[in-house]
Design a protein around this ligand. Sequence first.
Ligand code: ADP
Ligand code: MG
Length: 147
Amino acid sequence: KSLPYFCRGEVIRGFGRGSKELGIPTANFSDSVVDHLPADVATGIYYGWACVGNGDVYKMVMSIGWNPYYKNTKKSMETHVIHTFKEDFYGDILSVVMVGYIRPERTYDSLEALIAAINSDIEEAKLKLELPEHLKLKEDNFFTSTA
Ligand code: ADP
Ligand code: MG
């Protein structure tokens, strides 16, 4: 298995999926990060740890999926950091460790169903990341070494 998987890179603009309007903004990784993702990392929802720049490390959920902008030929990696930030952080460096897999991607009949699914992913991430073997990754040197 390829987890835990560590990666970092620039936060780029998405193309208005409206995640922020749903109350669940997702920071999109630049292509260089996506291009380095091993092919055996399945699409779906992951949980782990994330930090912006040299900031604190927070819990996160990440969606890996096929990017419609590139006619579904290219993956996208979108991270929701479980923290309320004062400002957007486009252009900043996001560091992430993917720790575990929650579920495959699927489609939903309604916006309400989608939001409910994401909120349940967030709750699962919060719980799972309290396990000692996952908590120790929060303290990993990856997050303290300046890149
Ligand atoms: P886009 O389509 O540009 O990705 P989103 O609606 O998904 O737009 O919002 C993502 C942006 O919101 C991120 O790039 C970041 O700058 C900002 N942001 C603010 N708070 C968070 C958070 N908790 N997690 C992720 N991104 C956040
Ligand atoms: Mg986004």
